[in-house]
Design a protein around this ligand. Structure first.
Ligand SMILES: C[S@@+](CC[C@H](N)C(=O)[O-])C[C@H]1O[C@@H](n2cnc3c(N)ncnc32)[C@H](O)[C@@H]1O
Length: 243
């Protein structure tokens, strides 16, 4: 089994618990820190990922699930891309505090929010045309179980998009690593007032399978046409697959 491993935890249940507590503790400052630490590039990534699924999102009555939605910024990008279509878009997260912020931000929109674990989702099989996860999949306690759950919930022909951090190579990669491993944890800790989560972030990216390995896992879980598109020199990237 390979998945997230916050410090001091070893099994599936305690990992999920530790991850949930971690995000709950930073929920009040999560949006601010996201934009600050990414120099606002995060907005471009969400928008670009949503644009990749324009054809599904423009379908009338498309059913869309945004996993690990946090405070909802990927979910909002999906809604903006869906424009006038009557796509039904649901955000799921297991941190109550993160979802509460998503709810506050989404008043007056047709978005729906559900509190649930991405590894055991409360939906019957083959319901969704599109399932996304932005910067959340990496935090699952078991990546293969997460992929299997996505495959279970997609309709035949449905698509999945996993947006997450990568490790850029070359000279830019070296400079970026200094920022990501040394500077970002300090700013994150000071602004959030919580020790831990912003040191866990670079560690979790380092642990996450590299693109080739992740694509193999996706194929193994039953995805066709698995692909990875780097964003901003590979600092982030979008995994796509079709059921
Ligand atoms: C880094 S945040 C990403 C939030 C949002 N998608 C974004 O792009 O800003 C990761 C989110 O994943 C959620 N998460 C992690 N593991 C989860 C799981 N097993 N089930 C549901 N949500 C989970 C956390 O609670 C957190 O809100």
């Amino acid at each position: 089994m390979i998945g997230a491993a916050p410090e001091g935890v070893s099994d599936l249940e305690t990992t999920g618990h530790a991850v949930r507590e971690m995000f709950t503790s930073i929920a009040p400052r999560y949006d601010l820190l996201n934009h600050l630490l990414s120099f606002n590039v995060d907005r471009l990534w969400w928008r670009r990922a949503a644009r990749s699924f324009a054809s599904i999102l423009s379908r009338p009555n498309a059913r869309v699930l945004d996993l690990c939605c946090g405070t909802g910024d990927m979910t909002f990008a999906l809604l903006r891309q869906a424009r006038t279509s009557s796509a039904r878009i649901l955000g799921v997260d297991f941190s109550h505090a993160m979802l509460q912020r998503a709810r506050e931000k989404s008043r007056g929109t047709p978005l729906h929010w559900i509190e649930a674990d991405a590894l055991t989702l409360p939906f019957t099989d083959a319901q969704f045309d599109l399932i996304t996860a932005a910067f959340g999949f990496r935090n699952l306690a078991d990546y293969d179980a997460g992929l299997r759950e996505i495959v279970r919930l997609l309709k035949s022909g449905g698509e999945c998009g996993i947006l997450d951090f990568g490790e850029p190579k070359g000279p830019l990669g070296r400079v970026y690593r200094i920022y990501f491993k040394r500077v970002l944890p300090v700013i994150g800790t000071v602004v959030s007032g919580v020790r831990g989560p912003y040191a866990y972030l670079p560690a979790s990216v380092e642990r996450f399978p590299h693109p080739d390995a992740m694509l193999d896992r996706m194929r193994g879980a039953g995805f066709r046409e698995a692909s990875w598109t780097p964003y901003t020199f590979g600092i982030a990237g979008l995994y796509r697959g079709c059921k």
